[in-house]
Ligand binder design. Structure first.
Ligand code: PEP
Ligand code: MN
Length: 347
């Protein structure tokens, strides 16, 4: 990875670097962080002469050649200071970043979503979630509806909160990017769909849209999980959050096998914020608080939790696992206490 002295290379400098890497059949990709541009080297990067020539240019701060399966996501990479921001809020600073909202937006009941959104804002969430297009195990279950995007956009306008929507294919992605959706969620079923990850990374590069990448539910190892996120960053978008959400086979009685304990492993290997999803992990409203506290104790930067003003009236997963906004308020306060306790212990 090439790091310039200034915040980015000017056109002449870029051309000079491109000419050098071209001689070695490599190319470079610009990755725009919040403050600093870095340039990933693509191709066979084992050419010591190429490194020396680039490092010798007066406007280059350093050339990093870390040995890692995920050079950009690695804790030791030049992006290690990169700060993911969603709607102006830095994720993982001062208190847990909380995404809340129904599993699925009911296109026929906009008022239920809008009331939920306002109640969640009062409860203290940082972002609203809501499924517009749904990956369903059963092909005959409700699959989503384009109409629902209008509802969540209205909720963003009314509450001022950023929004999180799952995208499953190019058409969804185009609509979500046109609508400037703040968090593009990649679900567990697409978590290792590398072509989709590349497309999302490329098309969201340089935009305000971050990506919440769920963990592949068939027990993606920490390295496999981080390497999947590398596809997004290597395609140009460094605003990536890792989201453990439980794995299969499930722990008897839970929806999946809870995996919030993977958090410290992810954080020791990568700089990316970890936002745990307890809802799909335990899958029952009554266990969400315990799983959330556990995630924060393990070092999570945030949580993505399904919540509905009247879970019984929800669709998708809501009747089983959504908590109410008043439960969300209690949960947020308890998690903020756990967060402070975590830092006292660390001091
Ligand atoms: C969801 O967030 O509603 C969802 C479908 O998540 P996952 O991809 O983790 O199952
Ligand atoms: Mn769901």
């Amino acid at each position: 990875m090439i790091i310039p002295k200034a915040s980015k290379l000017d056109a002449t400098q870029l051309k000079e670097v491109e000419n050098i890497v071209d001689e070695f059949d490599c190319s470079i990709l610009e990755i725009q962080g919040r403050k600093q541009c870095v340039y990933a080297l693509l191709g066979d990067e084992t050419h010591a002469v190429m490194f020396k020539r680039i490092a010798g240019l007066s406007y280059i701060r350093k050339v990093d050649a870390i040995e890692s399966p995920y050079k950009l996501m690695d804790r030791r990479s030049a992006l290690s200071e990169h700060q993911v921001e969603v709607g102006g809020t830095k994720v993982g600073i001062d208190k847990p970043f909380i995404i809340g909202g129904p599993c699925t937006i009911d296109p026929n009941s906009p008022s239920l979503y809008l009331e939920t959104a306002h109640a969640l804002k009062d409860a203290g969430v940082n972002a609203l979630r809501g499924g517009v297009w749904k990956p369903r195990t059963n092909p005959y279950s409700y699959q989503g509806d384009n109409k629902a995007i209008e509802i969540i956009l209205r909720a963003r306008e009314e509450t001022g909160l950023p929004i999180d929507i799952e995208v499953m294919d190019s058409d969804n992605l185009t609509l979500a990017l046109d609508a400037k959706v703040n968090i593009l969620q990649v679900g567990t079923r697409n978590a290792l769909n590398y072509s989709l990850l590349k497309e999302i990374g490329k098309n969201s590069a340089g935009t305000e849209s971050s990506v919440l990448l769920k963990r592949g539910r068939h027990v993606a190892s920490p390295n496999e999980f981080i390497a999947a996120a590398e596809y997004l960053v290597a395609a140009g978008n460094p605003n990536v959050m890792l989201c453990p959400r439980g794995t299969t086979p499930p722990l008897d009685g839970y929806r999946n096998h809870p995996d919030e304990s993977i958090t410290p492993l992810l954080k020791s290997r990568s700089w990316a914020p970890v936002v745990v999803d307890p809802s799909h992990s335990v899958g029952h409203a009554e266990y969400i608080l315990a799983c959330s506290l556990s995630a924060i104790a393990y070092g999570a930067d945030g949580l993505c939790i399904e919540s509905h003003i009247d879970p019984a009236k929800g669709i998708g997963d809501d009747p089983k696992q959504a908590i109410t906004p008043s439960q969300m308020k209690e949960l947020i306060l308890s998690c903020q206490d756990m967060w402070k306790h975590r830092y006292q212990v660390a001091d």
